[in-house]
Each structure stands twice: as C-alpha cells, then as structure tokens.
Design a protein around this ligand. Structure first.
Ligand SMILES: [Fe+2]
Length: 538
C-alpha cells in the first residue's frame, strides 16, 4: 500500500511538472531542436469538437484552452504522442491585428488538452483567439483582460452559474449567457455530475462500473460529453471564465479525503477527478504555488481583481474541510441533524481549512476593491428545516455552511475586523435562487445590535433538479433573514456592478427541457455602495 501510494505521488509530481511546463513554455518541454519534430499534422476528424475557452483573467494575461479529440464519446486518444497546436490572439474579431502567436504542446498525459498562459496583453480590453492544427481551425473565442490594478472601471457585468447536470435538461441558460455578452462568467461548481442516469443519458463509462465516473478515463469522457454541447461552448466563447469546483466534479458530498462510501482508494479517484478538471478548465497550474504532490492536491482558491471596482475571492470548500458532522458509522457524506449533534458546533471545525481561512483574511485586509465578492459553492445563510428561535433549535443540512457554524462565524468576524468594503456572497449548489441578509446571529434577525454583515445572492442550477417550492416557502418562513427563495426555476444570475451600486438579476428559464427556451428576470435586487442587505429593485 505504502509503495503504491509513493508511485501514485511520483506520477502526480511528473504530471504537474509537465502541465506547468506545457502551459508556459512548450518549447522548453521538448528542446528547441526537437520542437519542429512534434507532429503538427491532421486528424481524420475535426479536432476542436469541444470548442475553446479562456479564463482566469489578469490585467496582462489570460489562459486560453482547447483539447484535441477525435470523438467526444470515444476514449481513444487522438495520438499516442505529443502534438503541436498553433494559437493566435488578436485585437479584432477578423484576426487582422494579431498581438501574439505561438505553438503549444498537447500532451497525451493530459488528454491532449492545451493551456496557453498568454502574457503581455494590455489591461481592460477585448481580444479574440483561436487554435490551428493542420488544416483545422478552431472556432474563435472572445476574451478580455482585467482592468489595471489602480483603475476604477465604470462597470462590470458578470454572469454566474452552477450545477449543470447533463441529464436534467438543455443548456438554454448558456445560450442566454452567451447572448448577454458579459465581461466574465463565474462558474461555482458542479460543472459535471459524476453519477446518473436520468433523462439525457450519460454514456457508459470506461471503468464499466455502472455509469458513475471513477477513473481518469471516465472523468475525461464525462467532461468531453458535457463540452460537446454547443450552448456550453458558446458560453465559453463569449467571455473568460473564473471557475471553482464543488463535489460532483469528484464525488457526491465528499469532504477532504473521504467520500460517501468511505472508499479506501478514494484519494486515487480524487486525483483522477482533479486532473480531469485541470485538463478541461481554462486555469493556471504552473503559476500557482506548486505543491510537491501535484494532482493529489490541487490549489484552486485564488483572487481576481477587477481594478479597484471588484475583488473576487474564489474559494474551495471541498478539499480542506473537516469531515461532515455526526456521520453515520462506516459512511461518509452529509445528513440533516438537530442540536443532538454536538459535533456540528465545535469551534475547531473548518469548511475552508485553516490555511485558506488565513489566506482569505489576508485577501480582505489587502483589498482596495469597492465590492468584495466571495465566489463560493453554496448557501451561506443559516437555513433551518424546522422552526428555530434560539441557539439549540433547528435542523440543519451538514454539507454546507450550516455544518460548520463556527467557521462561518469566524468568516463574519474577519469581514467585520478588516472592514471589508461591500461584501457580496455568491453561491450555488442548492439549486435554488436565494437572497439573504447575512448576520452574526441568525436567531435574532430583527435585533439592532445584529447588523447585516454581508449580502448574499445564491443562484439556481443551470439544469439540476430541486425540491418543491412548498418546501422552499417553509424555509423562508423558518429563516426570516432569507428574503427570497425560488426552487422551481432553472437559470443563472446576472450581476451589474458600478462604483455606486450593484444589481443582481435572477434570470429564470421558461423551460429547461427546451433548448430554445425563453427567459425572464424573476427578481431584481439592488445593493447600494455602503448599504449591506437585500433590497428589491423591481
Ligand atoms: Fe449541484
């Protein structure tokens, strides 16, 4: 077992080094003499069937992504060896003013995915990019850089979304996101679902263990299937994405190194899922502080600044958390618990891990942004499932922040201590539109000594199903700090920020099963600069 783990870690190290090298310095990977020997040829089928993407925008750079593939549902690699892909980025959609072009390595070890970390771009402007392989030219993507650090942009429009179970509907939400031409898209987790089957059927997995993903090949096929959707591709092509993950990129309700089944080999599965996530997302690996164990761990929490207008604190609530409170014997995962579960309220419990908590506090302290956006996975407001009037009352789902109330209190204390400017919490996971006032003491919502610390807007799912509205109505009744809740609609949230105010638009699809579905704004809220709390604007 020991040596198997060492082998596994050694493989991870090599992969992480390869990935880092491939994204920043493809020539160095092969040596300049060998560079011309990397095949640049053709494939029998169009190799850009998963489209293109960009993301992780900085003032001077952005990550460009694609993956060469023959057939999204066929695990056979497009080649046994490395391939050389050409890319270019221009200031115009017609590619007349090209500002950079080069070749990038597509390695079989990384499923012939391509990550180009473009640097030297100008801040606060739009670019167009594309890839070439042999005679094949990819679709062009539109992307942009973040504004300069000292700039105060007059506005930022961004969409955020989460939870896009393939089998529960069509990606009409992404068609509408693309049509809105936002400055960026934040995706807050559950990009894929590792399990099934339901309506639009997942295909059988390579591991043959029903249709759930376990192996690297399984996860790769799952991503390829999702990314074959033209509306999802359009959403990626419209703007750079900022991404984090939740549980379903790996395994339902996992926490840290433990899954629901308490599979002794879960870390191997987790590393495969983390690697597949990297292979399919426009993210930097090489420039993040490297961990020696590569994909065995993967740092995805990060900060993104939009000049002095906004700072995104992008969080990872899965990898470092304390185990779910009061787990049943021999099982992992979450449950609903009352005050009989004493473990839930223990002070030492953490959802982000102590290191990430400290990093977040540092990000609060150093922020000069007007709006501080906590881009994280799930509902932060307390959400008791039964009437709860005082400490010790209530029944809580242990998978979200309610499973970690001491960590939530520490987060609120950090927001207050560092006088964080306009904290806005955005999330997903619960497949419900929620708008909530975040308070230090949820049991005394009306008390004047208990001000609103932050404003929360939780987005519904792109497709994934939810519970009946009657249960959400109950939730609103039992939790008066939650001002709005709709679980009967799918969609996304469109944010419009200016230095003076932010609007949050809850965008709801008419019919998730209709790819051409219409969309309406279900509710619109406004947050004025300096005034935390939920206010309707419609
Ligand atoms: Fe979800």
């Amino acid at each position: 077992m020991q040596s198997r783990r060492r082998l596994f870690l050694a493989r991870s190290v090599k992969l992480a080094q390869l990935a880092a090298l491939a994204s920043v310095c493809p020539g160095g990977l092969f040596g300049s003499a060998a560079r011309g020997q990397i095949p640049t040829g053709t494939t029998a089928r169009y190799p850009f069937q998963l489209g293109v993407a960009s993301g992780s925008p900085r003032p001077a750079g952005v990550v460009l992504w694609t993956r060469l593939i023959g057939d999204p549902l066929d695990p056979t690699p497009v080649s046994d060896g490395p391939l050389q892909v050409r890319w270019e980025i221009a200031e115009d959609a017609g590619f007349r003013r090209i500002v950079a072009r080069d070749v990038a390595a597509a390695l079989p070890e990384l499923a012939h995915s391509v990550h180009v970390d473009v640097v030297g771009l100008r801040p606060d402007r739009w670019y167009w990019y594309r890839f070439m392989f042999g005679d094949a030219v990819s679709p062009a993507g539109r992307t942009r850089t973040a504004p300069a650090p000292d700039a105060m942009p007059s506005q930022l429009r961004f969409a955020y979304a989460s939870c896009q179970h393939w089998e529960f509907g069509e990606y009409g939400a992404h068609r509408h996101i693309a049509a809105a031409e936002p400055d960026l898209v934040a995706f807050l987790g559950d990009y894929i679902y590792e399990w099934g089957p339901y309506r639009r059927r997942h295909p059988a997995t390579a591991s043959g263990r029903d249709i759930e993903s376990f192996t690297l090949q399984d996860y790769r096929t799952r991503y390829a299937q999702y990314k074959s959707d033209s509306n999802l591709q359009a959403s990626h092509q419209a703007a750079p994405w900022i991404v984090t993950w939740d549980d379903h990129e790996i395994s339902n309700d996992y926490g840290n190194d433990r899954d629901e089944r308490r599979d002794p080999d879960f870390l191997t599965r987790r590393a495969a899922a983390y690697q597949a996530f990297y292979e399919h997302m426009p993210i930097r690996l090489g420039t993040l502080p490297a961990r020696p164990d590569g994909f065995a761990f993967m740092r995805i929490h990060d900060r993104y600044d939009w000049g002095r207008l906004a700072r995104f604190h992008v969080l990872d609530d899965r990898q470092y958390r304390s185990y779910h409170a009061c787990q049943p014997q021999n099982r992992g995962g979450s449950s609903s618990v009352t005050s009989a579960c004493k473990e839930r309220v223990l002070a030492e419990r953490t959802l982000l891990g102590r290191e990430q908590e400290a990093w977040l506090a540092q990000g609060f302290a150093s922020s000069t942004a007007r709006w501080n956006i906590l881009a994280q996975q799930t509902l932060m407001a307390q959400g008791s499932q039964i009437p709860a009037h005082e400490e010790g009352d209530g029944r809580f789902w242990t998978d979200g922040w309610d499973g970690y109330p001491a960590a939530r209190a520490r987060l609120f204390d950090d927001i207050v201590r560092h006088r964080v400017s306009n904290p806005l919490v955005i999330g997903g996971d619960v497949h419900t539109f929620y708008a909530a006032d975040l308070k230090r003491d949820f049991f005394r919502p009306a008390s004047e000594s208990n001000p609103v610390i932050a404003t929360e807007f939780c987005g519904t799912s792109v497709t994934s199903s939810s519970r009946p509205q009657s249960r959400t109505d109950q939730m609103l009744e039992y939790n008066p700090h939650i001002k709005f809740g709709r679980s009967d609609r799918r969609g996304f949230v469109m944010m419009e920020m200016t230095p003076q105010r932010t609007y949050a638009n809850f965008q709801a699809l008419d019919d998730v099963h209709d790819v051409d579905t219409g969309m309406t704004t279900l509710a619109r809220f406004v947050v004025e600069n300096g005034k935390a709390g939920i206010v309707r604007a419609d």
